[in-house]
Design a protein around this ligand. Structure first.
Ligand SMILES: [Zn+2]
Length: 560
């Protein structure tokens, strides 16, 4: 298969099939350039998982070939997996490239991971063109909901690729330049072999809102609010953070920043000049007492229902000093990532029960709104006039929707590529082929300090635990006789009320004694593993018959 050597390989590691976890690798004759390294928030059926990161199995034997990483922007779904991937991919010659704010966010986050090697991230500017091995990467500014977002025009040995990052066209942004169409046209004129385009809002009609319009909608909430405002958003949604701070200043509110990542990002973005905050606007928790509620904004994390974030603790009345009062206003200022709908709905209900007003993006356009909708996506394709088209960034239905848009503009069916994580695209000047499922793409889960040590088995246990609880049987066995000494102890959580199930427990004890008895040959337990499995199986059957539940059963056998 030396033939394959004359193709540019594009390896899709994440973001093609979900919102988040964006990452791909370009490979030309053993030289690899990586674009983004994002994480994804866990879904509702993944209890206890912090993040999901791309599966980089493909890169593991080839880390010496990795020239570097290029980052498009500072959102965690584009940079957030880096600290978790570095231990397996890092080598001293690897290079990192990012714009000023993106670089700031990456490095600030990197400080949290003390054991990782220090990294040097080269700051790049709009219009800069850099050579990375066989590739020339030229950066071009794209509007989004974070400043310093860069699309990539990549010259490769087979032709030009255009990766447009996350984007929207914005003729009226705040603290930012409007979309530079002349520049986009100029890039398009150079000839685009493959356009890889953001699909997040490909199923949405019309145009995205300009940041100015979002600000106006948010202002309506500020006008109406009587008590405190809790504004929840992503810590990396710098534009939204700026808008909330500016509006707070306009309405004479002081701002308390809550949540570790939010504090970290605000501090850093302010330092780099990407956030404009007046002196005396920011307050600390102790100032809350001294101000009337109508003069307080709380800017916090947790708009996606993240388990550990501020908003979740507030709604559960677990926060140290923030309690909801009647008259408070809650703003969920980011769109719902697929998979989090139910959690967010429950949070909204919780706040309403506690007497707060709730605003979310469906009621008023105050959401992230950072992504191009159908009309803009069309315009992007018309400007770039690519030979081949590939939708990226999105659930499969979004990729399909985006492909349809391309077909409606005359892109030929055979030139519109639908790829998924784990696929490899082989691209040449005038042709391509796609190899499906070439590299492992199952989710890698991060739980606390562990990366990838929570797999399907652990996750299944967690689901069972959350549904039917746990049932622990402790039996003490006499080493000499094999007899069960005293009645077995039972500990259970989340299964049945032990106090109300005396009969059941009595039967369980009898059952356990008889299982052990039968597994004991002439006074010896033959095999503890076997015995435990027997207890697990037989007890499992028995409990299911009695209760129609299947708790996790843990037999503990102690020999004395
Ligand atoms: Zn983004």
């Amino acid at each position: 298969m030396t033939e394959k050597n004359n193709y540019l390989k594009i390896v899709f590691l994440g973001g093609l099939g979900e919102v988040g976890m964006n990452m791909m690798a370009l490979e030309w004759k053993d030289k690899i350039l990586i674009i983004d390294a994002g994480l994804k928030m866990p879904e509702e059926d993944m209890p206890g998982i912090d993040y999901i990161i791309p599966n980089v199995e493909y890169l593991k034997g080839k880390k010496e070939n990795i020239l570097g990483f290029v980052f498009t922007h500072g959102h965690y779904d584009h940079i957030g997996a880096l600290p978790y991937l570095l231990p397996s991919l890092w080598h001293p010659k690897i290079k990192f490239f990012a714009s000023s704010l993106t670089r700031g966010i990456i490095l600030k986050r990197h400080e949290e991971f003390k054991d990782l090697p220090r990294i040097f991230v080269k700051e790049i500017q709009d219009k800069e063109r850099i050579k990375i091995g066989p590739f020339f990467v030229e950066f071009f500014k794209q509007n989004h909901n974070i400043p310093d977002n860069m699309g990539l025009f990549i010259e490769t040995p087979v032709g030009n690729l255009l990766h447009n990052s996350d984007f929207k066209f914005d003729s009226d942004p705040i603290y930012d330049q409007p979309t530079d169409f002349a520049r986009l046209e100029e890039l398009g004129k150079r000839g685009v072999l493959l356009l890889m385009s953001d699909s997040t809002d490909a199923e949405e009609e019309g145009h995205s809102l300009s940041e100015r319009e979002i600000m106006e909608n948010l202002e309506k909430v500020f006008q109406m609010a009587q008590g405190r405002i809790f504004a929840a958003t992503f810590a990396s949604l710098i534009n939204r953070i700026q808008q909330i701070i500016t509006l707070s200043e306009r309405y004479k509110r002081k701002v308390l920043i809550e949540g570790h990542t939010m504090k970290m990002n605000v501090q850093m973005a302010k330092f780099l000049g990407y956030l404009k905050i007046k002196r005396n606007t920011l307050i600390s928790a102790k100032d809350l007492e001294t101000l009337p509620d109508s003069k307080i904004t709380i800017l916090c994390t947790g708009s996606q229902g993240e388990a550990e974030a501020v908003l979740m603790r507030v709604v559960h009345k677990q926060h140290r000093y923030l309690k909801i009062k009647k008259g408070d206003t809650i703003i969920f200022s980011s769109s719902v990532i697929p998979g989090n709908e139910r959690t967010i709905q429950n949070m909204k209900d919780g706040f309403l029960r506690q007497g707060a007003e709730v605003f979310h993006y469906k009621m008023m356009d105050i959401h992230a709104g950072g992504h191009a909708k159908k009309e803009e996506l069309k315009k992007m394709i018309e400007i770039m006039k690519p030979k081949f088209f590939l939708p990226i960034h999105g659930q499969f239905s979004m990729l399909v929707g985006h492909k349809k848009i391309a077909l409606s503009l005359g892109i030929k069916e055979e030139n519109a590529i639908l790829a998924e994580n784990g696929d490899i695209l082989y691209l040449k000047e005038d042709q391509f082929f796609l190899e499906k499922g070439e590299t492992p793409s199952n989710y890698v889960m991060v739980d606390g300090l562990g990366v990838g040590d929570v797999g399907e088995v652990v996750l299944r246990d967690r689901k069972v635990l959350s549904q039917d609880g746990i049932f622990v049987v402790i039996a003490v066995i006499d080493k000499q006789t094999g007899a069960v000494k005293t009645s077995p102890d039972i500990i259970s959580r989340g299964f049945v009320y032990l106090r109300e199930s005396k009969e059941l427990l009595k039967e369980v004890r009898k059952k356990v004694i008889s299982i052990i008895h039968r597994a004991t040959l002439s006074g010896k337990v033959v095999n503890f593993t076997y015995l435990k499995a027997e207890i697990r199986n037989q007890l499992g059957e028995f409990l299911f018959q009695k209760t129609k539940r299947r708790p996790v059963i843990l037999p503990v056998l102690i020999e004395v």
